[in-house]
Design a protein around this ligand. Structure first.
Ligand code: FES
Ligand SMILES: [Fe+2]
Length: 395
């Protein structure tokens, strides 16, 4: 069904309907995409090139590569990449692919190395990706080492958060795209965080089903009792109206008297950055930013940070990962307990995983046709799907 991809598919639909015996011509609603977009392997294959490779994608935090030689692996758009601290002031990313016969250079998920050495024929590369040694072949004897560096992956460190993009022409800098939250990020010093929890879920659903679920809080009251204890639901409906751009900013709005997203609304770690200098954490403090359609979402509360990111695995399977961070100076057992920091989103993730799998069961039915989206509560969905279609149709 790849023909659907070629044609412009309207996400915005206009209809004239008979409502309570009266002809209404003013109805104007959106839908999600036609079913094929969620089940067709060929469309999924095209998404690797057009969507997953072309956006900035969250891969980690600078605290994971604090020392020169620290590295970690990730996988974006089906490609294994190595993120490594090259020097005190530079973090780089490379394809995890040896220039000789392609063997992966690193197999451990993280570590510290002086060189990146291939385990096959032991070619070794510097932390800057340059080829340094080829056993049995001096530089210039058979070929010039300079011609065979590791292939770089574009990388941007934004206030301590590391994003990668496979495209040789990545989108504009995140500094530009998220300038609206830069002052807040300065205040909370997001470069100085440490990871205190991580959860991954392999969810049996198309990745766009997860995306749509994340972008609306229509389902929250009925399905997320824990999250709704601290989140202001009505404000959240209004808040998602602002997520109309593929690179958007916005926070989790809190209920009156609530200081952070936690089980009881009270802080679960010491305040971040300059908030420690204040007598009291400002009521309702929060900020954040996100990227769609391939979702990366950073939520910053007064005392901790939550990051969600997705990795599509196949047309009906997606990895959803959440990481929790507190200030690097916070002490476990004194300032925070990791289980308390993670409690709300850990519960919410499980609820969302079940909802998305349930929804996808129906989307897979040949009887499924997309229903109307409630623009007063779900308006971020058609905006993200329009952004998706633009990427799919780009040259
Ligand atoms: S494949 Fe890496 S050294 Fe041969
Ligand atoms: Fe949800």
């Amino acid at each position: 069904m790849s023909s659907t991809v070629q044609a412009a598919v309207p996400v915005q639909v206009h209809r004239t309907r008979l409502v309570s015996g009266v002809i209404r011509s003013d109805l104007n609603y959106s839908t999600i995409l036609p079913r094929d977009y969620y089940v067709d392997e060929k469309i999924f294959e095209k998404e690797f090139e057009k969507v997953f490779s072309t956006q900035w994608t969250y891969v980690g935090h600078v605290s994971q590569v604090a020392r020169v030689g620290d590295y970690f692996l990730d996988n974006i758009a089906g490609e294994s990449i190595v993120v490594v601290r090259e020097s005190a002031d530079r973090i780089s990313a490379f394809h995890n692919v040896c220039r000789h016969r392609g063997h992966h250079l690193c197999s451990s998920e993280s570590g510290n190395v002086r060189r990146l050495t291939c385990p096959y024929h032991f070619w070794s590369y510097g932390l800057d990706g340059n080829l340094l040694n080829v056993p049995g072949s001096k530089d210039g004897a058979n070929f010039d080492y300079n011609d065979w560096p590791l292939k770089r992956v574009n990388l941007e460190v934004f206030h301590g958060f590391i994003f990668a993009c496979l495209s040789e022409q990545p989108p504009a800098s995140l500094v530009e795209k998220f300038s609206a939250v830069s002052a807040d990020l300065e205040t909370v010093k997001t470069e100085s965080l440490k990871e205190v929890g991580r959860e991954s879920y392999e969810i049996h659903a198309n990745w766009k089903t997860l995306l749509e679920n994340y972008l609306e809080c229509y389902h929250c009251q009925g399905s997320h009792p824990t999250l709704c204890q601290s989140m202001d639901l009505q404000a959240m409906f209004r808040g998602t109206d602002e997520w109309q751009e593929p690179y958007f900013t916005g926070k989790v709005p809190l209920r009156p008297g609530v200081k952070t997203v936690s089980m009881d609304g009270q802080l679960v770690s010491k305040p971040l950055g300059d908030l420690q200098k204040l007598d009291e954490v400002p009521e309702g403090f929060g900020t954040g930013f996100g990227i769609v359609p391939l979702l990366s979402r950073v939520l910053i509360h007064a005392d901790h940070v939550v990051v969600h990111a997705m990795r599509p695995l196949d047309v009906g399977r997606v990895k959803w990962e959440t990481r929790w961070y507190v200030g690097s100076d916070a002490v476990e057992g004194t300032d925070y307990r990791a289980a308390n920091v993670a409690a709300v989103w850990s519960a919410t993730n499980k609820e969302d995983a079940a909802l998305c799998q349930g929804a996808y069961n129906g989307v897979r039915s040949r009887s499924f046709t997309p229903g109307p989206v409630d623009d007063s509560r779900e308006s971020a969905i058609p905006a993200a799907l329009r952004a998706y279609l633009e990427l799919m149709q780009a040259d």
